[in-house]
Design a protein around this ligand. Structure first.
Ligand code: ADP
Ligand code: ASP
Ligand code: MG
Length: 424
């Protein structure tokens, strides 16, 4: 007997028929003698619709500010998961499997007060362990918890992954299965590169980079948590026939295990390619080239909590003025512009250009630590396709380039081929 946490994402619970299919996956594990807790997302599209309602409602004031109270945002958007947890419990009961739904506050899953993107502070696993020990399936509403002031708090988009991994750690589960609409983690997004290959195993550290650089198959925080708490996390498909899941030579179903680096026998130099369209480029033109100018620009941005990622500074031919280019999250462009304008006294009068028509494409692999020349291979491959690089950043295990968004697919496919990742 094992204790399992199974998580089902939005497309897997998109309607009652699919919830019935999910219930069959759950039933299979219960019949195999396992103790099971399930974490569900909202039906696909529902959270987007709820966010749109919030934005619409916030426009109705005379100020037309579009700003809204984050606590009330959470009150609205957490409702999607409440619905699916109740529906799955009903379907399980109708199949003769005892089941009970739980919202975040009922566990309780306690968060900090950062409503809208709250962090999990503490989970009491006792109630869920008790429920499972009685032979009941605990069905937990993902994405939500309870904040310090006793109000519902949500964990940021994609947060049900994090709920699942955190609950798996709290109940000391043997494994956390993340069921989604693809059968594992691929070398890149299989929706844009049909030649992408499924990876059998991915190291926590690599998965962390892939997720934070745009591979939305797992929320970044869920990977952080799995790494720290050593939760064996297995990504797999909910769309396989629940009663006829194929297995490989080792008896494992198709999927990807996120695990420690030393569990991976064969490592490649490059493991995967990710892309993120959530980037914006800001260029400051004709900035006076003097000591302290970088501090004058980036200090106020840091104080305003605006995350600056890639930075490029060109030295001008005559040494008097320079261009400074950097990236911020797309959602922060307006705020960044306001902060820079407010800092005009220190920076001087400059032209601020902003572009959101950019994408960050990244090449990831722990094997890069011990291999030289990985970056130049990317630059050559992109140049051969006539793709211009606007900015570059690198770390020990990744290289990121900023390019025009129009070239996203071409760039991802080109790099995928260049690093020998295409499936045969
Ligand atoms: P869920 O609703 O189940 O949480 P998501 O839509 O959040 O599912 O994540 C699954 C999607 O992630 C896939 O449909 C796929 O398009 C995308 N994706 C991006 N990069 C990858 C990758 N490297 N491997 C697998 N899927 C990826
Ligand atoms: N329903 C939430 C979202 O769409 C959480 C999740 O799906 O993980 O972001
Ligand atoms: Mg998701």
């Amino acid at each position: 007997m094992a204790r399992l946490v199974l998580k089902f994402g939005g497309t897997s619970v998109a309607n009652v028929e699919r919830i019935r299919n999910v219930a069959r996956h759950v039933a299979r594990e219960v019949r195999a003698g396992h103790q099971v807790a399930v974490v569900v997302s909202a039906m696909s599209g529902v959270t987007n619709q709820l966010v749109a309602y919030v934005q619409d409602a916030a426009k109705s004031g005379t100020a037309m500010s579009g700003l809204y109270d984050q606590m009330e945002y959470d009150a609205v958007v957490a409702s999607g998961e409440q619905v699916t947890s109740g529906l799955l419990a009903i379907v399980l009961q109708s199949m003769g499997l005892p089941a009970r739904s739980f919202q975040g506050w009922q566990i309780p899953l306690e968060t900090d007060e950062a409503h809208g993107a709250a962090r999990i502070m503490k989970i009491d696993g006792d109630k869920l362990i008790e429920v499972m020990a009685k032979g009941e399936v605990a069905v937990v509403a993902g994405f939500q918890g309870i904040g310090p002031s006793g109000r519902v708090a949500t964990l940021g988009r994609g947060g049900s992954d994090t709920s699942a991994v955190a609950i798996a750690a709290a109940v000391k589960a043997d494994r956390c299965d993340i069921y989604t609409d693809v059968d594992g983690v691929y070398t890149t997004d299989p929706r844009i590169v049909p030649k992408a290959r499924r990876l059998e195993k991915v190291a926590f550290e690599e998965m962390l980079e892939m997720a934070s650089l745009g591979a939305k198959v797992l929320q970044v925080r869920s990977v952080e948590l799995a790494m720290v708490q050593k939760v064996r996390t297995f990504v797999r498909s909910s769309f396989e026939d629940p009663d006829a899941v194929g297995v490989d030579a080792h008896g494992n179903p198709p999927g990807t295990l996120i695990c420690d680096e030393d569990e991976i026998v064969e490592t490649q130099v490059v493991t995967g390619i990710a892309y993120s369209k959530d980037e914006a480029q800001i260029s400051l033109r004709r900035v006076a080239d003097r000591p302290g100018i970088a501090a004058a620009v980036f200090g106020p941005l840091a104080e305003a909590n605006i995350n600056v990622d890639m930075i490029v500074q060109n030295t001008s031919a005559d040494g008097s003025v320079t261009d400074i280019t950097f990236t911020v999250p797309e959602t922060e462009v307006a705020r960044a512009r306001a902060v820079l304008e407010a800092a005009e006294a220190e920076i001087g009068k400059v032209v601020i250009d902003a572009s959101t028509d950019v994408v960050k494409v990244s090449v990831i692999g722990i094997g890069m630590r011990s291999h030289a020349g990985v970056a130049s291979q990317a630059f050559k491959a992109l140049a051969a396709k006539g793709i211009n690089i606007r900015a570059i950043t690198t770390s020990e295990i990744k290289i990121s380039v900023l390019i025009d968004a129009a070239y996203t697919e071409l760039a991802v496919r080109t790099l995928h081929t260049a690093y020998g990742l295409d499936k045969a």
